[in-house]
Design a protein around this ligand. Structure first.
Ligand code: ZN
Length: 343
C-alpha cells in the first residue's frame, strides 16, 4: 500500500491539517493573497519554506512535490525568486533591510510566476521598518508573496496586520512531533528512541511542539545538557521543599554557575512547579516538565498547594533578580531558603 502521508499536500509539515488544506486550495485556485503573517512556534520556518515550494511547484499531484526544479532550488536555497530575510545577530530588522526588499520586489521574477520573500522574526521589525514595509503592502507587485514569520503578531503595527492575514500554526502534539523528528532527522532520532526511550521522551517534551527546536537539540547534542539541567532543577526543588539541609549546602557551593545556566535552571523549576500545582487541581492537563500528569501528581503529593505557590513566587522572583544581574549564588540561596522555610 502506498504511503498515505507521502500523498498529502504539505506532507512534511506536522499537524495543522486545516491550515494546510486551506493553503493548498488557495494555491491551486490561484487565490493566494500577497502577504500573510505566519504565527507560531519553530514550526513556522520549515512551514514557510514548504509554502514557497508549493506556490512555485511545477509538479502535478500533492504540493509541494519536492522533486521539480523549483522545489529543488528552494530546498538548496538557490531559487532566484525566493528570498529569506533574517535579522542575523541583530536585535531587530531595520528600515534599510526593508527598503532594499521593497526596491528588489519591483523587479519582475527571473524564472517563476511569483516572487516570494520570507521575513523571519518579522515582529522584530522596527516601527520605521514596518512603515516602510507598509508602502509595498498597500500596492504590492501582483506577483509578490510576503510571508511574515513571528512568534506573536501583537508586536506588528495594526496597519501591517490589517493587510496581512494571520495564519496561526498550532504547536504539534507529541505524537506528531515524534513522527516528524523521526522522518526529518532519520537515523540519529531512531537511535535515540530505540536506545534511550527516556531521553527520547524528554526530547519530545522539551521541544514543546516545536520541530525546529527538537531538531536542533538532537543535532547539537544539547539534549544531554538539557536533561541534566532538568534533573538538577528537580533535585534542588524537591530538596528545598522537603527541607533537606544538604540542598542549602549544594546551592551555597554553586559558585561557578553561569548566569545563563542559572536562568535555565529557574525555567525548569518553574515548569516543574507549574505542573505540580496544576496536578493538585486536575489530572487531565498536559505537562511541560514531567513526562506525564501522573509523575507530576507523585512529585506534588507530599506538599500542599500553598507551599508550591510560595515556591513558584520565590523561583520567579529569583529569576527576575538574576536577569537584572543580581549575584547568582546569593539569589539562588535566598530562593532555596524561602522555599525551605515556607509553611
Ligand atoms: Zn515541486
Amino acid at each position: 500500500m502506498a504511503d498515505q502521508t507521502a500523498r498529502a499536500d504539505f506532507a512534511s509539515v506536522p499537524g495543522n491539517d486545516e491550515l494546510k488544506r486551506r493553503l493548498a486550495r488557495s494555491i491551486r485556485e490561484n487565490t493566494l493573497g500577497h502577504a500573510y503573517v505566519l504565527e507560531g512556534s519553530g514550526i513556522i520556518l520549515p512551514f514557510a519554506k514548504e509554502i514557497a515550494k508549493a506556490a512555485l511547484c511545477l509538479g502535478s499531484g500533492p504540493i509541494p512535490c519536492g522533486e521539480c526544479d523549483a522545489c529543488r532550488k528552494i530546498d538548496a536555497g538557490t531559487h532566484p525568486d525566493v528570498t529569506f530575510i533574517s535579522r542575523g545577530d541583530r536585535a531587530s530588522i531595520g528600515v534599510d533591510t526593508i527598503r532594499s526588499v521593497r526596491a528588489e520586489a519591483y523587479i519582475i521574477p527571473s524564472e517563476a510566476e511569483r516572487k516570494i520573500y520570507v521575513i523571519e522574526d518579522a515582529d522584530t521589525m522596527t516601527a520605521e521598518a514596518q512603515n516602510a514595509f507598509l508602502l509595498t503592502l498597500e500596492e504590492p507587485p501582483e506577483y509578490v508573496l510576503y510571508l511574515l514569520l513571528c512568534r506573536n503578531s501583537d508586536n506588528l503595527l495594526e496597519t501591517v496586520r490589517s493587510r496581512a492575514p494571520s495564519l496561526r500554526c498550532r504547536p504539534c502534539t507529541p505524537d506528531e512531533l515524534g513522527e516528524y523528528v523521526l522522518r526529518t532527522i532519520g537515523a540519529k532520532a531512531r537511535t535515540l528512541r530505540d536506545r534511550d526511550p527516556d531521553a527520547w521522551e524528554e526530547l519530545i517534551l522539551i521541544s514543546d511542539g516545536d520541530p525546529a527546536l527538537a531538531a536542533s537539540l538532537l543535532e547539537s547534542g544539547a539534549l544531554t545538557k538539557k536533561i541534566e539541567t532538568k534533573r538538577q532543577a528537580l533535585s534542588l526543588l524537591l530538596g528545598a521543599l522537603s527541607r533537606d539541609d544538604d540542598t542549602v549546602v549544594t546551592v551555597s557551593g554553586m559558585k561557578k554557575l553561569r548566569r545563563d545556566d542559572a536562568l535555565e535552571l529557574i525555567t525548569c523549576m518553574r515548569g516543574a512547579l507549574r505542573d505540580m500545582l496544576i496536578s493538585k487541581k486536575t489530572n487531565a492537563a498536559g505537562t511541560c516538565f514531567f513526562p506525564s500528569a501522573d509523575d507530576a501528581v507523585n512529585a506534588a503529593q507530599s506538599y500542599p498547594a500553598r507551599r508550591l505557590a510560595v515556591a513558584l513566587d520565590a523561583v520567579s522572583e529569583c529569576g527576575a533578580l538574576i536577569e537584572r544581574n543580581a549575584a547568582v549564588t546569593t539569589s539562588l540561596l535566598s530562593m532555596t531558603i524561602k522555599i525551605r522555610n515556607s509553611q
